[in-house]
Write a protein that binds this ligand. Structure first.
Ligand SMILES: Nc1ncnc2c1ncn2[C@@H]1O[C@H](COP(=O)(O)OP(=O)(O)O)[C@@H](O)[C@H]1O
Ligand SMILES: [Mg+2]
Ligand SMILES: [Zn+2]
Length: 309
């Protein structure tokens, strides 16, 4: 069975992607040729955007889609896509990020269109469509939680989920809806072992209607595949580890989201487990990483709330 490298669902053996998925990501029914390989990426360090990731050195490039030539070109000024190739430090970060984004979608976390893409040298890179661009090439304002909290980038770990909740309450136009989304993102981060959800990996996006909403989720991955004992970047009710179902319920109370709404989130994440495990089992990762990922999903999945039992 072959899985689409964009949506993760089953696809005809001959194809690597569903045409519809390519349309959603690139606006094209065929895969555009990516005009770059890892060796070139090294020499194109000038085009580097952003700073560091968990690896500290995973280079990211912004790429632009040239419709006429069907080529994704590197653009120094940044454009419609962000490309994250293999890193020098930890293996398989692009595959890990893609897989985690797919599981996020299953768990009801909003994610931007993304895919794995094979570079000319055969290595896989993660490519994601920017959500801060409009169809006419305009730019949407984005403020990450570090900026909202008026903290320096170096202090991106110096906060808690509860403080993030307060930022959303203060700055989002519809706080109750956005708090529920933030809650889902924190429960999800714990579930998949994402120890890198710090203040710069959360942001509010100013939409074209002028309203501030939580941005689609980005930079999500299971950091335990690289760092086995990794803890949460931000504490959840005082805990960066050993988060229990009670901790998740307490967080819902701190966010002041209704118990029923919170339980629906936990239930939906619980319900995503079988599909998530099926995808992990076939993900393009070494067996040991697939096993670590699956074990984490199984051990941390929120139990079905009592109201459903
Ligand atoms: N799909 C996206 N659309 C728009 N901006 C994004 C997207 N993904 C990431 N970003 C922005 O780019 C920055 C770096 O990307 P990220 O995935 O966090 O890489 P890193 O691993 O280097 O932290 C993020 O902090 C965010 O501001
Ligand atoms: Mg980041
Ligand atoms: Zn697909």
């Amino acid at each position: 069975m072959t899985r689409c490298w964009s949506c993760g669902e089953v696809v005809d053996d001959a194809d690597r992607y569903h045409p519809a998925c390519l349309v959603q990501l690139f606006g094209l029914r065929a895969l555009p040729e990516l005009d770059v390989d890892t060796a070139q990426l090294q020499t194109l360090a000038l085009a580097m955007v952003g700073r560091t990731s968990i690896s500290g050195v995973q280079k990211k490039l912004s790429v632009r889609l040239d419709h006429r030539r069907r080529t994704l070109q590197i653009a120094v000024d940044g454009d419609r896509y962000i490309l994250k190739p293999q890193a020098g430090t930890f293996a398989h970060l692009p595959e890990n990020e893609w897989l985690t984004q797919r599981i996020a979608a299953m768990a009801g976390v909003k994610v931007p269109p993304c895919a794995l893409i094979s570079l000319r040298d055969g290595t896989l890179a993660y490519i994601v469509r920017r959500f801060d661009r409009t169809d006419d090439g305009g730019k949407l304002a984005m403020e990450d939680f570090c900026q909202l909290a008026e903290l320096a980038p170096a202090d991106k770990y110096e906060a808690s989920a509860e403080q993030c909740g307060k930022l959303v309450r203060r700055h989002a136009n519809e706080p109750l809806i956005e708090l529920l989304r933030l809650y889902r993102q924190f429960v999800f981060a714990w579930w998949v072992g994402n120890g890198d959800m710090h203040l710069k990996n959360l942001a509010l996006l100013r939409h074209e209607d002028g309203r501030y909403r939580l941005s689609p989720a980005y930079d999500q991955l299971n950091t335990h595949l690289a760092l086995p004992k990794d803890r949460m970047a931000l504490s959840l009710c005082g805990k960066r580890d050993n988060v229990k179902p009670e901790t998740l319920r307490e967080l819902a109370q701190r966010f002041a989201i209704g118990q029923r709404a919170a339980e629906r989130v936990l239930r939906e994440i619980h319900a995503a487990l079988p599909r998530a495990l099926a995808l992990v089992a076939e993900a393009p990762l070494p067996e040991a990483m697939r096993e670590t990922y699956a074990a984490m999903l199984q051990s941390r999945v929120p139990p079905v709330p009592p109201s459903e039992a």
